[in-house]
Ligand binder design. Structure first.
Ligand code: SME
Length: 174
C-alpha cells in the first residue's frame, strides 16, 4: 500500500533517534547527532538546527546552536522576531507552509519555502527549539511534526536530567 511507505520510513527514523539517544553522552551530543541524522536522512529537511535561550539574558534571546545546512545570518533571535521567536514565546509548534506569506519570517536562504519550529521544554519551561527549513513548499506533514516533536522531547528530557543531576551534585557538596 503506497500510503504506508512514509510512515514506515519515519518509524525507522524514530528507532534511529532512540538509538542516538542511547549512544549520546550528553544532551549537547544528542542535539548534534539529531541535526546530522534529520538533515542526512530526510530529503526535504534542508536546514536543521537548534536555537537555545541564552541563560539569564534580558530581554531573552535565542542563540544558534548545533545546525546542519547553509550558514545563517540569524545567530541571535529576540523572542519578538521571526518564526523562531513566535514558537519560543508561545511555547507552541509553528508550521509555515509558505514562508513568503508569513510576515514574521526571517529569511535565512532564498531557497527556503516552508519551515517548522518546535519548542524544547525543561520542567515545563521553554529553553530552546528545533528549527527545520525546507526548499519544498508545505514540506511538514503531521508525521513530520510528530517526528520533530519527538526529537525535541528527547532533548528536553536529557537537558532536564542533566539539570537535576547538577542540582543534586550541588546539594551533595553543600
Ligand atoms: N526563519 C527563521 C530564522 C532562522 S533561519 O531559518 C535558520 C525565523 O523566521 O525565525
Amino acid at each position: 500500500m503506497a500510503t504506508s511507505k512514509p510512515a514506515k520510513k519515519l518509524e525507522g527514523l524514530h528507532q534511529a533517534i532512540d538509538q542516538l539517544n542511547q549512544q549520546a553522552g550528553s544532551a549537547d551530543a544528542l542535539m548534534q547527532a539529531v541535526t546530522v541524522l534529520l538533515n542526512e536522512r530526510m530529503l526535504k529537511y534542508n536546514w536543521v538546527g537548534f536555537y537555545m535561550l541564552e541563560p539569564g539574558a534580558k530581554p531573552p534571546v535565542l542563540v544558534l546552536g548545533h545546525y546542519r545546512g547553509a550558514m545563517t545570518p540569524h545567530t541571535r533571535i529576540p523572542l519578538n522576531q521571526g518564526i523562531c521567536g513566535a514558537a519560543a514565546s508561545s511555547g507552541k509548534t509553528v508550521v509555515v507552509d509558505d514562508v513568503s506569506k508569513d510576515r514574521r519570517y526571517l529569511a535565512c536562504s532564498l531557497e527556503t519555502k516552508s519551515e517548522i519550529v518546535v519548542p524544547v521544554f525543561v520542567d515545563g519551561q521553554v529553553v530552546g527549539e528545533l528549527d527545520i527549513d525546507s526548499h519544498f513548499p508545505a514540506a511538514f506533514m503531521l508525521e513530520d511534526r510528530e517526528l520533530i516533536e519527538y526529537c525535541a522531547q528527547l532533548v528536553g528530557k536529557r537537558l532536564e536530567a542533566e539539570q537535576a543531576s547538577r542540582a543534586s551534585g550541588a546539594r551533595g557538596r553543600a
